[in-house]
Every structure is written in C-alpha cells, then in structure tokens.
Design a protein around this ligand. Structure first.
Ligand SMILES: [Zn+2]
Length: 374
C-alpha cells in the first residue's frame, strides 16, 4: 500500500459502491428542509438560507455537541410529517446516493417518528417506499441505476418495537429488507426488545442492531447472543476485546473471535464515530486494524447531512488516512454486498454484474495511466 496510489475523489465516485447503514432523517438536502418547513408551516428552523442551514447541521456534529446533533434530527423529523414530504425525502435520498455512485443501498428510518401529524405507521411506510421507487426511476433515467431498500428501525427507548417489527414484516414484499433498533445504548439494552427480535426470526426476516457505538462489549454481546443480530451497526467497541499479545500479534477475546469467525458484518461509520466522540480521530479509528485482522468490515455514512459526508468522501478519507487503494475499496464493497439483506441470487448479480466489472475497469485505467519504469 502506498499513499501515492490513493484514488482521487473522482475515481471513488466512479467506483460502484454499496451502503448498508444510512439514516433517512440524517440525509436531507438543506434546501429541502427549508422547502418542507415552509410548506408545512414548521417555524422552528434556526435559519432560512440553505447554505447556512447546511453549515449549522454540520457544526452540531463537528463540535461533538450531542445536544446540537439531536436538535438537528428534531428539525429533519419535524418536516417529515406528511406523505408528500416523506416521499420527497426518500426520492431525493435515492437520487443523491445514485449520483454518488452507490449501486445498492439499505436506508433506515424509524417510522414512529413521522406519526406526530396523525399519519399511521403504514401510511409512513407507503410514502417512504413510493419515494424510493420514484427516486430509483429518476436515477435510472439519468444513467446511474441504483437498487435501494428500506430497513425499519424501532427506537430502543420507546415501547413500540413489536408493532414496528410487525410493520417491517408487513412491507417486506414492497421493499423492506430488515429490522433495526436505534437510540441511546446506555440504559436501553437490546434485550428489552426480545419479543420484537423473536417475531422477526420467526418470520425468517433480517435483523441488524446499533450496538457497540457509544457503549461497550455487553451491548454487542446482547445484540448477537440474545437478539440474534446478523450485522452490527457500528460495532467499533469490539476492539475492546482485542489486544496485542507479548509477541506483538493481536489476540482476540472470545466475543471478538466469534464476530470474526462468524463473519458478522460491522457497519462502520468512521466520521460519524469521530463526531459523536465514540472515537477520538480518524487516525485512531479501529477500521484499519479490523480490516487488517480480516473482520467483515463495511464502510457507511450514518448521517450524510449532519456529518457532511458522502460514501465517496468517506472512502476517499480512508484512502488518504490509511493508504487504501482500489483493492481495499473493492474488498470493502464486496464485504458490504455479501452482507446485504438482499436475496443471495440478487447479491450475486450485483457482485458479478456491477461491482467486479466496475473495479476491473478502474484498475485497468489506473494501470494504463501509471508511469512505467524502463
Ligand atoms: Zn446509525
């Protein structure tokens, strides 16, 4: 690996990418927040200029101010209370991801957050999924096809997870591929929601759980061994179970070994982890160590608006910081596609039809343009 070979942002954008962990309410366009606030009479926005508002959202994250970070979600969720608003946000999400070169995405949202204006959970789902369909059609027409699916999230501090799990299963044939819980980890262990997870398992459906972001190993252990999580949202704290041995080689504790042995996908969101204080800096992020130890690492955005990132900018940052080249990017992308909740035959189609040929082309271009030593 050499920093000289780190791909440019343009190359990263051109590369086919897969996104497994992105929040619908964390990725609105600032101009859309303003439009929707105006249309619905939402008067709480701190400012009415799109650029300033975008900067305001990012500042909350940059200052590691959890209060400001959460206030950001109050506004995005505040304007997502009508079917039209939800559909527009979902359509623009699909378009923005496609424009960034994402070929497959799973985007999550907690529909219970959009019921403040009287919508039912099913009405929220219908609008959300209609938006994905419309956005994917627009992207396809623009020559950037994307397959986009929904993960339905229940908030771990509330008590509606069984109802939300039923909702996810009810809409599985319309574009929902899994169930998740999110919200504060400390004090709200995933085992509070066992009934919801069992319902999902009995329906032969899929589960990913936010675990090991702010809170440590017990949260990861519960998510896997009590709740049957197939993937871990973040999972960064798994490094607490890895230590260098006397000979300098890393030794894995039982839980870390289980995660690696079982190929449990880690939905890592490096910039978001720095912003929420889960990790001190990008340089200190365990993503590279976990990659070198061959954990099933995937790279994700979490909240594109609040963190001011795209999947391409995130990969380019890792390329610059850790010297990742196209090889590492392809590995991370294949990891993500293998770990998606799409059916096996569909996953293979994306891998063999889109990802591998896309990287092969980029690698051939790179070789052709590299200076040759005679
Ligand atoms: Zn998240």
């Amino acid at each position: 690996m050499s920093q000289a070979h780190s791909p440019s942002l343009a190359t990263v954008v051109a590369a086919p990418k897969v996104l497994l962990h992105d929040h619908l309410d964390g990725g609105l366009r600032p101009a859309t927040v303003i439009d929707l606030a105006r249309a619905s009479g939402y008067a709480d926005l701190p400012m009415a200029d799109a650029d300033e508002l975008g900067a305001w959202f990012r500042q909350g994250a940059d200052r590691k101010s959890l209060e400001r970070y959460l206030e950001g979600f109050r506004h995005t969720v505040g304007v997502m209370q009508t079917p039209d608003a939800i559909e527009r946000v979902a359509a623009e999400c699909a378009e923005d991801l496609a424009a960034d070169g994402v070929v497959y995405a799973e985007v999550r949202y907690a529909p219970e957050l959009s019921t403040q204006g009287g919508l039912s959970l099913d009405e929220v789902m219908t609008a959300w999924l209609a938006g994905f369909e419309r956005g994917a059609a627009t992207a396809e027409a623009a020559g950037r096809p994307i397959t986009i699916r929904a993960i339905v999230t229940a908030m771990r501090q509330f008590a509606r997870s069984v109802e939300i799990a039923e909702l996810a299963v009810r809409h599985r044939d319309a574009g929902v591929v899994g169930f998740d819980i999110a919200g504060p980890e400390a004090g709200f262990p995933p085992s509070r929601h066992l009934d919801a997870f069992q319902l999902i398992h009995r329906a032969d459906f899929h589960v990913t759980i936010h675990a090991g972001e702010a809170f440590g190993l017990p949260s990861i252990w519960e998510a896997l061994q009590w709740c049957g999580a197939e993937r871990l949202g973040h999972g960064v704290r798994i490094v607490d179970d890895i230590a260098p041995g006397p000979d300098g080689r890393y030794v894995l504790g039982r839980l870390a070994a289980y995660v690696r042995d079982r190929r449990v996908p880690l939905e890592m969101c490096p910039t978001s982890n720095v912003h929420t204080g889960a990790v001190a800096s990008i340089e200190e992020h365990p993503v590279d160590l976990l990659r070198r130890l061959r954990f099933r690492v995937t790279i994700n955005t979490d909240n594109r608006l609040m963190s001011g990132v795209t999947l391409s900018s995130e990969l380019e940052l890792l390329a610059r910081t850790f010297g990742f080249g196209l090889d590492e990017m392809q590995w991370l992308t294949l990891n993500a596609m293998k770990s998606s909740f799409l059916s096996f035959d569909q996953r293979l189609r994306v891998i063999n039809g889109t990802i591998k040929p896309g990287y092969a082309r980029l690698m051939a271009d790179e070789t052709a343009s590299a200076p040759t030593l005679v």
